[in-house]
Design a protein around this ligand. Structure first.
Ligand code: SAH
Length: 370
């Protein structure tokens, strides 16, 4: 019999579960606090609960189901990629990035991805499975524990950048930009946000979350109606439909005009700006014309609250694609700025351990690597 994953239950669900196994419902709150507020990973650590109940829970349930199979450390200890195996043997990855005064974890929402963007390593795998809310949230529980652990360890040679004075004490941001398309697994993904946001538990503020979508318009519309104010990032990557359909098959279903309309609607209804991700690939979407058309797209007929995040494309083998130089990137950025489009370049992390954007491919699941 499969054990019940307690990380997959809201407090309300945990109360019903605890009653079902013949215990008093008030126990649920204690257990919930232990998991989400104290982040215990073992029933043994729940010392406010009787030994009998701890033993019973150990037989019937688990706190999370992910099995850590490897932890790769890059950027002198500031980037950490956790490689997990799910109970049904799928490999997923999460990446923790430490910056001065800030720690961000990038988590997976699916094993593999069905969206098939040609430039993305995960897109080559196809969809293996949707992760449960528990499996998504558990990656964040790990990240918070990991930041606490880092605070107790001696720092590696990073003092010019992250040192003991600006080392973040806690996890500050969660980005749903790992493997998978969150809006293709909306229900479980949103439940994970609710679990992590709950002020009686993990208590992470809505603005600490950013979800990135390939551009599934129904998901954008749905998010606009939710009551937790998470940030939205949309993978745009080119202002031209023909090119976008070639790079991202999803564009055939939700072309650029539909996507921009949904983005404007989202910004208007939530009062929050939309981030557009733009991954620069040599000769594909990096010309002056691309930059000018992008600026035009985002400012006509009128400007709306948005921002462009330029991502240098990270190499993925067998794509035949090439990344662009820093000079070309700065030129692209300058054109956007000239047209008054706010724009930043994403700081690259984790290339040395294949943990950068679009490089998460669960290599451990392929036979020659296992
Ligand atoms: N499915 C979501 C989240 C996935 S990845 C989405 O499509 O938005 C997060 C970001 O990394 C997306 O903008 C994605 O297009 C981008 N990305 C994918 N492959 C990349 C690569 N090789 N280099 C840089 N960015 C990449």
């Amino acid at each position: 019999m499969l054990k019940q994953d307690l990380c997959n239950l809201t407090l309300k669900e945990l109360k019903s579960y605890i009653s079902e196994v013949g215990e008093k419902p008030f126990r649920a709150k204690q257990i919930y606090r232990q998991i989400w507020t104290n982040q215990v990973s073992d029933f043994e650590e729940m010392t406010d609960i009787s030994l009998n109940l701890r033993t019973k829970l150990n037989e019937l349930a688990t706190i999370g189901t992910l099995n850590l199979i490897d932890l790769k450390i890059g950027d002198n200890g500031l980037t950490r990629k956790a490689i997990w195996k799910t109970e049904d043997d799928k490999v997923i990855e999460s990446v923790l990035m430490i910056y001065p005064d800030r720690a961000t974890v990038c988590v997976s929402s699916q094993a593999g991805c069905p969206m098939a963007c040609v430039f993305c390593a995960t897109g080559k795998m196809g969809l293996l499975k949707n992760l449960s809310a528990g499996e998504i949230a558990e990656q964040v529980l790990w990240a918070r524990r990991e930041v606490q652990k880092i605070n107790k360890e001696p720092l590696e040679e990073n003092s010019h950048y992250v040192n003991k004075d600006n080392l973040p004490k806690n996890l500050s941001n969660v980005v749903f930009m790992g493997m998978g398309e969150p809006f293709n697994n909306y229900k479980n993904w949103w439940k994970s946000v609710e679990l992590l946001h709950d002020k009686d538990g993990f208590n992470m503020g809505g603005r600490s979350f950013t979800v990135s979508t390939v551009g599934l318009v129904p998901g954008i519309d749905k998010l606009a109606r939710e009551d937790i104010p998470v940030n939205l990032a949309i993978s745009l990557h080119t202002p031209f439909d023909g090119n976008r359909s070639a790079l991202m098959p999803v564009n055939k279903k939700y072309p650029i005009a539909t996507l921009i309309k949904a983005s404007k609607h989202y910004a208007k209804n939530t009062g929050r700006r939309v981030s557009f991700e733009y991954c620069l690939i040599k000769g594909q979407n990096d010309s002056e014309d691309d930059a000018t058309a992008l600026a035009y797209l985002l400012s006509n007929p009128e400007k709306f609250p948005c921002h462009v995040n330029l991502i240098p494309w990270n190499p993925v083998k067998d794509t035949g694609l090439k990344t662009i130089t820093k000079i070309a990137r700065e030129k692209f950025k300058k054109i956007l700025k000239k047209h008054g489009i706010p724009c930043t370049v994403r700081i690259e992390r984790g290339q040395d351990i294949d943990a950068a954007c679009g490089q998460l491919a669960g290599d451990y699941s392929s036979p020659h690597n296992s």
